[in-house]
Write a protein that binds this ligand. Structure first.
Ligand code: ARG
Ligand code: ZN
Length: 851
């Protein structure tokens, strides 16, 4: 069954008020829902409520039990005359048997919910679509000993004890919201509290709820929440609107976190941190996700989506907002580099593969499959481009208008773009193609100089994607600047070129010397740029460009060109070695930037540049360059490695940069084949006072041939086997290894006593990391493909959403040689033929075969 965007019709019935009464119990929970319903428009349709898997017990209309209700598919159909009624349903659900982790489920002995996108229908019968907004009152009753804490959306109202050992609590959320934002939590939890005074003086009580033992690991998340609340006031003028804001961390969660009104529920990996168990990367991700979910209170909750095709309206914008927040907490340049690396690693392959879809899709079978890098990260790039076109004041005027005009409504991407047009006084007619056309545009740029004049020739092409063979040219905001090859300085101010045709030329005058082109600075458009710049030009930019991103980009391009050439048998490492040496010697640069700049592109990103991916050749070419860099710059790496050695841990931008560079340096020392490298890594592993350094060393060790690697893995395991989040790192590190035996190691780990498919983090740590390990996964014997398919088929029976998310590596068959492609297709076909397959996995596998 395919749902089409064009088929949208407004809801037939509205539900202005919803009262929910939960008699909570892990085995059997009884839910009584009292809906005040009103007919929407002039029609005679019965009331249709979505449901999934619950057991209906009774239905009353205006207080009278009725029998003429029926179940149609999974919907409850109630014949109703007139325009307004009160409908009450009673159902039974079984949280402890809910392995899908959608609806009400049990995690670590507590009860919690996840409703986005269509989980609410697994709790009770309801019009489970985002354009039905309702005011919710919730009552929960539960055993007081096992579930001392009872939380729901909005503000707490009352609570009390019953004489049978049970207790109850009521909550009320005054803001009308769609069902996907409903949440409740019942459990044995403790809280880390703080408070925040909003710009208008509202006192908000903040709480992060976790298991008692995890309480010391919640300070970083709480601090991030306070920073995010303040940031949204200063940056967007957005203030919080309830008296309480609660966050609950749970171990079993299908994705990162969820923005339920006033009660965010988080995957514990995005809350819990202390220096001994979380890396710098984890700390950064926690702050970003806490901010992301908080920002949804405006971009998502106060203004929600009319239908799920508009998902990027809230997700793209909210990612853009969280990226801005993180950029303001540390280095703007490094944050941009990380975001672009992420986009290229996850979104570009999606855009060039069988699952490519526009930022506003036209159709879907299962909406859960559309929580993608395209909707989230490319969606954020669209907002970034509009911000660039409008400029800071215009963009703020546009967002003010958007928040003001659509507050309290379910809006569309079109509404957002219209607000930008009006607020910024610009015409975005052609820009809208970014919402409808899939595929990453390719730009070719060449600069032709004649004396003191130069012409920049631009050409763009948007590649065909499934269902979209022909494309129109898009609006590409390209930040462009020219640098003098002799002086090493800028020849003129930066220009913002709005390239909106298939071909264009831009003229430059008054150039006193040969100009070198710096283009798509800051990655102003999410496109692939091909230029005719030489290795010398790129090396020059990597040393002289005044935009740190462009500097990084020049180095990446130089490395990529070198690696692609060397896969094709033309290895010349000299320019890269010189450029890296130069960057390492530049004392003006911040260390985190240096660490990013000297890192080679990943094997998969190199593969993305090639028509047919040869994973072995790519691996060998990259290793050879790593070895050369390691050997030729050994002194520099050892110097970088010695910096700050033995300095006690602190989570500051400076120290993070230092640690990152040290780990990169350690990797190069190991790549050089230096005899002392394994001991050096082991010493760091053994003496580290923080997880960043320990994990950095372990990452080097897991790929090493030295036996000391098993010693390190065993020590790590025995030290952390009781900490699920750290144990995930143990699984993940081994799945990422570049050793020849990785496939066999991963297969054995899938049989390990601590491996389970019921916990999504654990499943992802092994299966997801292995699927992303280009060389190991694409082993020529097909064992990697078979392993992934076996795991997905098994996981699909428990948790279809998480299974479907792990499928994409199998869909890349068109990019590989015929032998590998056949093996991959055979596994996709085996998945599609599996009896009882979920529609989640079916959609992904069948589309991956066609594409
Ligand atoms: N809205 C959540 C967030 O981005 C994620 C929900 C994901 N839902 C899903 N069905 N995959 O913060
Ligand atoms: Zn989100």
């Amino acid at each position: 069954l395919v749902i089409h965007r064009e088929d949208y019709t407004p809801p037939e019935w509205l539900v202005p008020e919803t009262k929910l009464d939960f008699d909570l119990d892990p085995f059997t929970t009884r839910v009584t829902a009292t809906l005040s319903v009103t007919r929407n428009g002039n029609h005679a349709a019965p009331l249709r409520l979505d449901g999934a898997g619950q057991k209906p017990l009774s239905v009353t209309v205006d207080g009278v039990a009725i029998n003429d209700w029926r179940i149609d598919g999974e919907q409850l159909v109630i014949p109703l005359a007139g325009t307004a009624h009160v409908v009450e349903t009673q159902v039974e659900i079984a949280p402890d048997r809910n392995t899908q982790l959608m609806g009400l489920y049990a995690s670590g002995g507590n009860l919690c919910t996840q409703c986005e996108a269509e989980g609410f229908r697994r709790i009770t019968y309801f019009p489970d679509r985002p354009d039905v907004l309702s005011v919710y009152s919730v009552r929960m009753t539960a055993d007081k000993k096992h579930f001392p804490v009872l939380l729901a959306n909005g503000d707490p109202v009352q609570q009390g004890d019953l004489d049978d050992g049970r207790h109850w609590a009521t909550w009320h959320d005054p803001f009308p919201k769609p069902s996907y934002l409903f949440a409740l939590v019942a459990g044995n939890l403790t809280v880390n509290r703080s408070s925040f005074t909003t710009m208008s003086g509202r006192e908000v009580s903040l709480g992060i709820w976790v298991r008692e033992a995890d309480l010391p690991k919640t300070d970083h998340a709480l601090k991030a929440l306070e920073l995010a609340m303040a940031w949204d006031e200063t940056t967007y003028g957005r203030e919080y609107d309830l008296d309480v804001f609660n966050i609950v961390a749970v171990d079993d969660f299908n994705f990162g976190a969820m923005e339920n009104k006033g009660l965010n529920i988080f995957n514990s990996r995005y809350i819990l941190a202390d220096p001994d168990t979380a890396t710098d990367y984890d700390y950064d991700a926690i702050a970003a996700v806490v901010a992301h979910e908080y920002f949804h209170n405006w971009s998502g909750n106060r203004i929600t989506c009319r239908d799920w095709f508009q998902l990027s309206l809230k997700e793209g914008f909210t990612v853009y907002r969280d990226q801005g927040f993180s950029a303001d907490q540390g280095s703007r340049a490094v944050k941009r580099i990380e975001d672009v690396r992420g986009l290229r690693a996850s979104q570009f392959p999606e855009d060039s593969g069988p699952l490519a879809h526009p930022v506003r899709p036209e159709s879907y079978q299962e909406i859960s499959n559309f929580y993608t890098a395209t909707i989230y990260n490319k969606g954020a790039e669209l907002i970034r481009m509009m911000a660039a076109i409008l400029g800071p004041q215009g963009f703020r005027a546009g967002t003010d208008l958007y928040f003001d005009r659509y507050d309290g409504t379910a809006a569309t991407c079109e509404d957002f773009v219209t607000s930008m047009e009006e607020g910024g006084n610009v015409d975005l007619t052609q820009f809208r193609l970014w919402y409808t056309q899939a595929g990453t545009p390719r730009v070719s740029a060449s600069l032709l100089q004649d004396g003191d004049r130069a012409t920049l020739r631009l050409a763009q092409q948007v590649p065909a994607t499934p269902g979209q063979p022909v494309k129109s040219p898009m609006v590409l905001p390209l930040r462009v600047k020219l640098f003098g090859a002799e002086s090493g300085t800028a020849l003129a101010d930066e220009r913002l070129v709005l390239f909106d045709d298939t071909l264009d030329t831009i003229e430059f005058e008054g150039l006193a010397e040969r100009a070198v082109l710096s283009i798509n600075r800051g990655f102003s458009a999410p496109v692939v740029v091909e230029t005719d710049r030489t290795a010398a030009d790129l090396a020059f930019l990597s040393a002289h460009d005044d935009d740190p991103f462009a500097r990084y980009e020049a180095m990446q391009q130089l490395m990529l060109d070198t690696l692609v050439a060397s896969v094709e048998g033309r290895a010349d490492h000299e320019s890269v070695i010189a450029a890296v040496a130069n960057t390492l010697a530049n004392t003006d640069l911040d260390l985190a930037f240096v660490a990013e700049a000297v890192l080679l592109p990943s094997e998969s990103f190199i593969g993305d540049q090639m028509k047919i991916v040869d994973p072995e050749a790519i691996f060998r070419a990259r290793e050879a360059l790593r070895r050369d860099l390691g050997t030729r710059l050994e002194t520099q790496w050892r110097q970088a490695y010695a910096r700050g050695e033995g300095q006690p841990y602190a989570y500051t931008p400076e120290d993070k940069g230092l640690r990152r560079l040290r780990t990169v340096a350690l990797g190069y020392i190991a790549a050089s084949g230096a005899d002392d490298a394994p001991d050096l890594a082991f010493a760091q592993f053994d003496s580290a006072d923080n997880m960043t350094d320990r994990m950095g060393a372990l990452t080097t060790l897991v790929s090493s041939e030295s036996e000391i690697r098993t010693t390190a893995l065993d020590i790590f395991y025995s030290q952390y086997c009781d900490n699920p989040l750290v144990l995930d790192k143990w699984f993940q590190g081994q799945a990422q290894s570049s050793r020849d035996d990785t496939g066999a190691v991963v297969a054995a780990l899938a049989e390990h006593a601590d491996f389970t498919l019921t916990n999504p983090n654990r499943a992802r740590s092994l299966i997801g990391a292995f699927g992303a390990n280009q060389r190991a996964f694409n082993n020529a014997d097909g064992s990697g493909y078979r392993f992934l398919a076996d795991q997905l088929i098994a996981l699909d029976r428990l948790n279809p959403q998480t299974a479907a998310k792990l499928l994409p590596p199998l869909g890349r068959w068109r990019r590989f040689d015929a032998a590998r492609a056949d093996l991959m297709r055979a596994e996709l076909e085996r998945i599609v033929r599996t009896p009882g397959l979920s529609k989640d996995l079916f959609e992904q596998a069948s589309k991956s075969l066609e594409g």
